[in-house]
Design a binder for this molecule. Structure first.
Ligand SMILES: NC(=O)c1ccc[n+]([C@@H]2O[C@H](COP(=O)([O-])OP(=O)(O)OC[C@H]3O[C@@H](n4cnc5c(N)ncnc54)[C@H](OP(=O)(O)O)[C@@H]3O)[C@@H](O)[C@H]2O)c1
Length: 338
């Protein structure tokens, strides 16, 4: 399974200088996202807008970025700001997109990194949908759709296009079927760890399909900026973060400690986990080689995902299913953001 071996096709030191650029990073204040934000700041970005639920985690991360050599943030520096948002709450995501648009007229980089992992969680949320799928997929589709006009507009200000990067996982390989009606029914796989891993894998499969379908739509879009928005997905590898506590919650503390120990030994560092996202978000190579709709493993290595993850018809079906669900809640023209 991908993630054990680390390729070295990109080094964070080769990140270009990002002066004048604006990024939005979901979950940019914890785990891999915190390192992605740090790298963008280290490379001179003008502004990063972090989107997540927990402002205290943001404050803790902010204090870490402030003392990190090379970042040079002042107290309450507007170079990095926080927009509180639960990506699992459809109306909240809509409101967050509005707040982001109040903060900036340009977006060069959108990194859809936030995600729920394999922790025990209710089968359905108050929307009647799997909460893992809602957070990891629906929330990001709404946010991306509402911010897309800014990403298209911003292409006129930059020679290397604008970028959308979607965090997936090699665990997408475990999902061998994606039935849309099942998203609104408990999956009831046994034991509970099997159910959680499978639901997570399903959401990560849908993340790859999302990058694929968005790429197709942009290629057919008449807006002159659309073809200069590069969308790709990636797996960060195996990086021991808060998400890995889910193993203890399911299997007990001792087993969790062993699994996290193996992850630290065999997996990637947080910098290695962040590097592919930084590559896809910033490297001129992406636009020069026309890299779009691809799936990458650490670091910056293109790889074929599973057959299901390459299924264009399924990608369209999942997109339309989400679009319909959101329209039922927010109204038919929700995509206009008005
Ligand atoms: N770590 C790995 O080995 C690994 C492997 C493959 C893929 N990934 C993927 O990489 C991404 C980052 O994972 P990580 O390991 O860094 O996890 P993490 O340390 O648990 O961080 C998850 C981030 O997502 C945010 N988040 C979670 N639920 C949210 C919600 N409902 N609304 C808004 N933000 C939410 C969290 O912030 P709040 O709690 O404040 O909301 C946090 O910033 C995820 O998409 C994950 O699936 C990770």
């Amino acid at each position: 399974m991908s993630g054990i071996f680390t390729y070295h096709n990109f080094s964070l030191q080769d990140t270009p200088y990002l002066e004048g650029q604006v990024a939005v990073v979901t979950g940019g204040q914890a785990g891999i996202g915190k390192e992605i934000t740090a790298q963008l700041l280290l490379h001179g970005i003008e502004k990063v807008i972090v989107v997540a639920r927990d402002e205290n985690k943001f404050k803790t991360a902010y204090d870490e970025w402030r003392v990190r050599k090379g970042i040079e943030l002042t107290q309450d520096d507007s170079r990095v700001t926080f927009v509180k948002c639960d990506l699992g709450d459809i109306e909240d995501v809509y409101a967050a997109a509005k707040k982001i648009k109040e903060q900036t007229e340009y977006i060069h980089i959108l990194i859809c990194n936030a995600g729920l992992g394999i922790q025990p969680i209710t089968p359905l949320n108050n929307h009647g949908i799997d909460p893992i799928f809602t957070t990891n997929c629906i929330g990001h589709q709404i946010l991306t759709t509402l911010l897309l006009p800014l990403l298209k507009k911003t292409t006129s200000t930059t020679p290397h296009g604008t970028r959308i990067v979607i965090s997936s996982s090699s665990l997408h390989q475990l999902c061998l079927t994606l039935s849309l009606p099942a998203l609104t029914h408990p999956t009831k796989k046994w034991p509970a760890i099997h159910d959680s891993v499978w639901r997570y894998a399903r959401s990560k499969l849908a993340n790859i399909l999302f990058a694929k379908e968005l790429t197709r739509r942009l290629q057919e879009d008449d807006d002159p900026g659309a073809k200069k928005v590069y969308v790709n997905s990636f797996s960060p590898g195996n990086v021991v973060t808060q998400q890995w506590q889910g193993w203890s919650e399911h299997l007990g503390r001792v087993v969790g400690v062993v699994i996290r120990g193996l992850g630290r030994w065999l997996g990637q560092s947080v910098e290695e986990g962040a590097a592919t996202a930084v590559y896809l978000a910033t490297s001129p190579e992406v636009s020069e080689r026309g890299i779009r709709g691809g799936y990458f493993v650490p670091i910056a290595k293109g790889e074929e995902p599973t057959r299901l993850a390459r299924d264009g018809d399924l990608a369209r079906e999942v997109w339309d299913w989400i679009d319909d669900r959101v329209a039922q809640m927010l109204g038919e023209n929700w995509q206009s953001g008005k």
